[in-house]
Design a binder for this molecule. Sequence first.
Ligand code: MG
Ligand code: MG
Length: 247
Amino acid sequence: MISIKSEREIELMKHAGHINYLTHQEVAKHLRVGITTKELNDLAHKFILANDCKPSFLGFEGYPASICVSINDEIVHGIPGKRKIKNGDVVSIDIGVEYKGYHSDSANTYIVGQVKPEVEALVANTKKSLYEGLSAIKEGAKISDIGSKVESYAKKCNLGVVQELVGHGVGTSIHEDPDVPNYYTPNTRVLKAGMVIAVEPMLNLGSRHVYLEENDWTVRTEDGLPSAHFEHTVLVTKDGYVILTGE
Ligand code: MG
Ligand code: MG
């Protein structure tokens, strides 16, 4: 069942989303060549706690860190560690923040230093595909309209759409009903005002195919080409949506 949030719940989720946004700002400020992914994790962790919130991902289904840092061919769930950021890396940062039992989920992809133009286009177009998907959202729209929009934009840009991972509802759990795929499905479920969902296209420079690393978390592109990931948690309204994880 897809939950409809009360005014009180929406206020708590707005706060969780705002701290999520500020945590992204904090991580982005420190993202540079030579910093380790563990250092990025630790400063996000400290920042979240200092704002009376909790990192949603830590311990979720056994996940061992506070944020995900996925580099180049890593699509999602890169586990922070000793690895250092290098010039030319494509770095996806995914953050979950919990405030008083309510969650927010948001991802951004950054280019560190110089990359080929096609990699720059991958990152810019994945971000655009998120806003294409969001543009379908309003009360009465089908959930599948979101995926259709993302997919048609990605196809136009000749990018692969990851299908093994999807967006989702957000609330008292970081992952709730419904699934929000980034591709067309014949699903006829309809959005209602008060639902909160995370939309999160993961687009690949090459094919859409992926594999799971031996650590059972990190998902990589099968062809080794880079991937990008953008995500916002949004509130569905009568005539559109409100981004909870933005400024
Ligand atoms: Mg996320
Ligand atoms: Mg998510």
